[in-house]
Ligand binder design. Structure first.
Ligand code: NAD
Length: 484
């Protein structure tokens, strides 16, 4: 469509225009279609002030009252699910089917989950009868939370932070990625009807170095929850160090799949194609290194390449497409450069980039598409095997022993997710226990119970999110000792 969207900040319950703006592209056409506020100090300061003002009332409400508001917001997003899914697909490049079945339903679920979860927390108490003492803990919301989210799962990851923060009684200033701001802005239009009091949820749009940096460095924002790249997390850590801020950092990955000879091969191939290429490979949990036991390596590779070739990249709106477009021209070039590097180092490209031609409708000729790509013959020491590519590119390599598989799986700076494929229950537990990753799936991928911790080890982050973990992050605990 030719309509040009103009987004505005949402501060203190009102939409506020911003003087400067950033162009936002439709990745499937390469055309600018939207202006995002390029917020700076003035906008961030106003949002933090509004959040600070709203805090005393919101934090003194009962969990039930807060839950009611979150449930209503969930209902309103759900009632507009199709419109949200269309917008997410257009803004991000992902398929409409993925936005409809994953992004938006999960955003709705995030609000419902934390609305319910916050009703069920209990605190600790201990007796010290010999001292005539009783100890107990109390938890209170911290204040204004700064929330910063990336472009790959825009509304999904933003609501994964907003919901637990406000459920626990904090007020928030959130900054989505400047590349994918539309669904957050659409959600702002529902706040009033949902009964979100002015100032409880503020959204400031803009770039990382300007709006994001100002938010992280604001003295009245005592905690920051960030999902994004490891490089940005480093800057955020430095920026917040003088204030000793509470930080939750959910970062990149270089996730291995370890496939043993006794795996159910059909199921393993089908799931590994999904885990490698879903959402254009733009999920922090996507598999990027596949290690296969040598005895089944040729068989696995043949089936895997055949399945990858069937994983169709095409128009995001086409129900037959498994993948849409990558987020930006720069990102497409970055992903391509990794394939070129692998080639120059002697790797084999079995399918995808440079091998298979994409057939796209004319309107998508300028879009940022890259087909599912499978590489072999890449050394573990190569940058292709060490750095996060965050696109539909995966390396496959054979191994001989369990010991070797674990060692090579762990041989990267990241530690976010891992998948283990085996029908030997002893091996499954042994390998899962030794893999350095915050999340290990065995014989499946991406199944999540939101009650349990989510997050990474090593350069994949610090802190965990999930029912209890998010509650702990978004509250301060105090231990009280009473002598009777
Ligand atoms: P990014 O780090 O470039 O940006 C993330 C967010 O931080 C954006 O909103 C950006 O504007 C902001 N930002 C950038 N510089 C900033 C600064 N100096 N100060 C404050 N904010 C700043 O990451 P991205 O490219 O948007 O997202 C992709 C990355 O996110 C990948 O590394 C991916 O693995 C990671 N990711 C991690 C998880 C997880 O849960 N572990 C989930 C999704 C994505």
């Amino acid at each position: 469509s030719s309509t040009h969207l103009v987004l505005e900040n949402y501060i203190g319950g009102k939409f506020v225009a911003c003087g400067d703006s950033i162009d936002s592209y439709d990745p499937s056409t390469g055309q600018v279609y939207c202006s995002v506020p390029d917020s700076g100090q003035d906008e961030v300061n106003a949002a933090v002030a509004a959040a600070k003002e709203a805090f005393p009332d919101w934090s003194s409400r009962s969990p039930e009252q807060r839950a009611q508001v979150l449930n209503k917001l969930a209902d309103l997003i759900e009632a507009n699910l199709d419109e949200f899914a269309q917008a997410e697909s257009k803004d991000q490049g992902k398929t409409l089917a993925f936005a409809r079945t994953v992004d938006i339903p999960r955003s709705v679920h995030n609000f419902r989950f934390f609305a319910s979860s916050v009703l069920h927390h209990t605190n600790d108490s201990t007796q010290m009868d010999h001292m005539g003492c009783l100890n107990y803990t109390v938890r209170s919301p911290v204040g204004v939370a700064g929330l910063i989210s990336p472009w790959n799962l825009p509304l999904y990851l933003l609501t994964w932070k907003i919901a637990p923060a406000v459920a626990a009684g904090n007020t928030v200033v959130a900054k989505p990625s400047e590349m994918t701001s539309v669904t957050a802005w659409m959600m702002c239009k529902l706040m009033q009807e949902a009964g979100v009091p002015p100032g409880v949820i503020n959204i400031v749009f803009g770039s990382g170095p300007k709006a994001g940096d100002t938010l992280v460095g604001h003295p009245d924002v005592p905690l920051v929850s960030f999902t994004g790249s490891t490089a940005t997390a480093q800057r955020i850590t430095e920026r917040s160090a003088p204030y000793c801020k509470k930080l939750s950092l959910e970062l990149g990955g270089k996730n291995p799949a370890l496939i043993f000879a006794d795996a159910d091969l059909e199921q393993c191939v089908a799931t590994t194609v999904r885990s490698s290429f879903s959402n254009q490979g733009e999920i922090c949990l996507c598999t990027s290194r596949v290690y296969v036991e040598r005895s089944i390596y040729p068989q696995f590779l043949e089936k895997f390449v055949a399945a990858a070739r069937k994983w169709k990249t095409g128009a995001p709106s086409d129900p037959g497409s498994n993948n849409g477009a990558l987020i930006s021209k720069e990102h497409l070039e970055k992903v391509r450069s990794f394939v070129a590097l692998a080639r120059s180092e002697g790797a084999t490209v079995h399918c995808g980039e440079g091998v298979d031609r994409l057939e796209l409708p004319a309107q998508h000729a300028g879009g940022y598409f890259l087909p599912a790509t499978v590489l072999t013959g890449v050394a573990d020491s190569s940058r292709v095997m060490q750095e996060e590519i965050f696109g539909p590119v995966v390396c496959v390599s054979p191994f001989d022993t369990e010991e070797e598989a674990v060692a090579r799986g762990n041989n990267v700076r990241f530690g976010l997710g891992a998948v283990v494929w085996s029908r030997d229950v002893g091996r499954v537990h042994r390998v899962a226990g030794r893999i350095q990753a915050g999340l290990v799936w065995t014989n499946c991928w991406l199944i999540r119970d939101l009650n349990l911790p989510f997050g990474g080890m090593k350069s994949s982050g610090t802190g965990r999110e999930g029912g209890r973990d998010s509650y702990h992050f978004f509250t301060e605990v105090k231990t009280i000792c009473v002598k009777h």
